[in-house]
Design a protein around this ligand. Structure first.
Ligand SMILES: Cc1cc2nc3c(=O)[nH]c(=O)nc-3n(C[C@H](O)[C@H](O)[C@H](O)COP(=O)(O)O)c2cc1C
Length: 180
């Protein structure tokens, strides 16, 4: 018996979970900030370190990154599901979403977008390239500074099922990862 059954792509993709979610903060340079949720993201280079984030061209975040060429990638923890849903379901053109989430921020070192103070980690990025292989632009940013929360042990927030079902996922403890 064949173990694999051919399936329509959207149905097969329902098996992709858990999927990480990150928060992208941006700033227009005149004090206006924004925050957006992104699930389609990956590390794509180690020398130098780079992130890739897929951001729809209709997002306010896309406009801001194209203009300023800067963004911050924050890893939310399990307490931030409400903020992730707000950042990920409302456009920031007319609303101050970052303030509405109630998330605390602190200044970044190299870029204008703020860090999320209570996030598991933050990565300041400078835009290197925008690729358009399909219907969603891919933005590649070089990580120019990274920060971690002093208190370790936080459960990172993941999307665990369709329709934005979000839950905390327990990480390996740093230093405890088995090496082969
Ligand atoms: C869990 C989650 C993951 C998301 N992932 C993406 C993504 O990878 N790319 C994207 O363009 N939009 C994604 N979205 C939707 C955007 O966050 C949403 O369109 C947001 O309102 C855009 O904000 P902005 O217009 O203020 O930039 C996601 C939303 C949620 C809740």
């Amino acid at each position: 018996m064949k173990m694999q059954k051919q399936t329509p792509i959207p149905q097969a993709l329902e098996r992709k979970y858990p999927e990480p979610v990150v928060l992208i903060t941006t700033a227009d340079g005149r004090g206006r900030t924004n925050i957006m949720s992104v699930g389609w993201y990956s590390i794509v280079s180690s020398e130098p370190w780079m992130f890739l984030v897929a951001i729809d061209s209709g997002a306010f975040t896309y406009d801001l990154i194209r203009k300023t060429r800067e963004f911050n990638v924050a890893f939310p923890d399990e307490t931030m599901a409400g903020a992730v849903l707000l950042a990920g379901t409302v456009h920031g053109h007319q609303r101050d979403k970052l303030q509405e989430t109630g998330l605390r921020t602190q200044p970044a070192i190299q870029i204008k977008p703020p860090l999320i103070m209570d996030a598991v980690a933050n990565f300041e990025c400078r835009l290197v390239k925008i690729l358009k292989p399909g219907d969603c632009p891919l933005l590649i940013g070089e990580i120019v500074a990274a920060h971690v929360r002093r208190k370790a042990g936080a459960h990172r927030l993941y999307t665990i099922a369709p329709n934005y079902r979000l839950e905390g996922v327990r990480p390996h403890r740093p230093g405890k990862v088995a090496r082969g």
